[in-house]
Write a protein that binds this ligand. Structure first.
Ligand SMILES: [Ca+2]
Length: 292
C-alpha cells in the first residue's frame, strides 16, 4: 500500500469513528413541543391553537380566559361522541393550525409538518406535563347506538395525536391513526360515577356509528395514563406522563397493520362525552425532553 493510500484509509476510518460517536452524543430522534403551552393568548388571537368542536352544539364552550382553557361539552343523544377542545398542526378533517414545533429539544425546535416516532420509543426521555381541573361531570342518557356499551355514559379528558402509519402522507390511504393518551376517564349511570383505571387500553377500527364513514378504516388506540377520583373534582391536578412510553405501548397494541413508525401531524387537547356532560379547565400542557 502506498503511503498516501494508507493516510487516506486512516482519515476515512477516523471520519467513520467520529460520525458514529457524534450520532451517540447527538441522537437523531426529534420530538414535538407545544406552542403557547400556557394558554397566554386568547383563542381568536392565537397563532398556535384552533378550536376543535367535534359534534359541536349550542352548549359547547371552548375559550381562553385568564390564561386558562375552559371547556364544556354536553352530549344528550347517546348516539355519538363529541368534544370541546383545541388542536395544533394538521387535523384529519383537512383543517390546519400552526405547524408543529419539532426538534431534539424545545430550544432547537422549528416549524415542521410532522415528526416521526418509531414503534419502540425510548422510555424516560419524552414527557408530557399537564395541569387541569375537572369542575363537574354528569349523566344525561344511556348510549343507544349499536357500537357502544348501553349500560353507561362516558367522559374522557386527554390528548389525541393525529398520525399516519409508516412513512406516509396524511390521507385516508395512510390508515390514519388516532393515538389517545387520556388523563382521566369515567363511566356514568343514573346513580354512580366510576373511574376508568390507569393503564386501561384499547385498539379498534370501524368505530363510527354513521356508517359508511370516510374514516371507517382509521385505527383508534390508546391508554388511560392517569386517573382522577371524583373527590378531586374542583382541584387543580398536575400530571406528568412518560409520553414516549405510552406512544410505544399504544403502537404495540396495533396488530392489523405493521406500524414500524408513525408520523404525527397534529394533536388535540380535549374533553369528550357520550350521553354525559363535563366542564373542565386546562392551565397548561407542555412536552419536554430529559437526558436518560
Ligand atoms: Ca395558563
Amino acid at each position: 500500500m502506498k503511503k498516501s493510500d494508507l493516510s487516506l484509509t486512516i482519515v476515512m476510518i477516523s471520519l467513520i469513528i467520529l460520525a458514529v460517536s457524534l450520532d451517540a452524543f447527538y441522537p437523531k430522534q426529534q420530538y414535538f413541543f407545544i406552542g403557547d403551552s400556557d394558554f397566554a393568548l386568547l383563542l381568536n388571537e392565537s397563532i398556535w391553537w384552533k378550536v376543535e368542536a367535534w359534534h359541536g352544539n349550542p352548549d359547547s364552550v371552548c375559550e381562553v380566559k385568564n390564561e386558562v382553557l375552559k371547556l364544556f361539552y354536553n352530549e344528550t343523544t347517546g348516539n355519538y361522541y363529541g368534544n370541546s377542545g383545541v388542536f395544533q398542526g394538521n387535523h384529519t378533517d383537512g383543517r390546519y393550525a400552526h405547524q408543529l414545533l419539532v426538534g431534539k429539544f424545545l430550544g432547537k425546535a422549528f416549524s415542521r409538518k410532522y415528526v416521526v416516532f418509531p414503534k419502540n420509543m425510548e422510555r424516560g426521555k419524552f414527557w408530557l406535563e399537564v395541569k387541569f381541573k375537572i369542575n363537574g361531570i354528569g349523566f344525561n342518557c344511556y348510549p343507544n347506538a349499536n357500537f357502544f356499551d348501553p349500560t353507561h355514559a362516558r367522559v374522557n379528558l386527554g390528548i389525541t395525536l393525529m398520525c399516519a402509519i409508516n412513512e406516509e402522507d396524511f390521507n385516508l390511504k395512510a390508515q390514519t391513526l388516532w393515538l389517545d393518551i387520556y388523563f382521566a376517564g369515567y363511566c356514568l349511570n343514573k346513580n354512580d360515577v366510576w373511574v376508568i383505571p390507569k393503564n386501561e387500553n384499547y385498539c379498534a377500527s370501524n368505530v363510527y356509528t354513521d356508517y359508511p364513514n370516510v374514516h371507517d378504516n382509521d385505527i383508534h388506540a390508546g391508554f388511560f395514563a392517569r386517573e382522577v377520583s371524583s373527590q378531586d373534582f374542583g382541584k387543580w391536578i398536575t400530571s406528568t406522563i412518560d409520553l414516549g412510553d405510552y406512544i410505544s405501548k399504544t403502537l404495540n397494541l396495533i396488530t392489523e397493520v405493521n406500524a414500524k413508525t408513525i408520523r404525527v401531524y397534529g394533536f388535540i387537547v380535549f374533553v369528550e362525552c357520550l350521553g354525559a356532560y363535563c366542564s373542565c379547565e386546562y392551565d397548561y400542557i407542555k412536552t419536554y425532553v430529559t437526558s436518560p
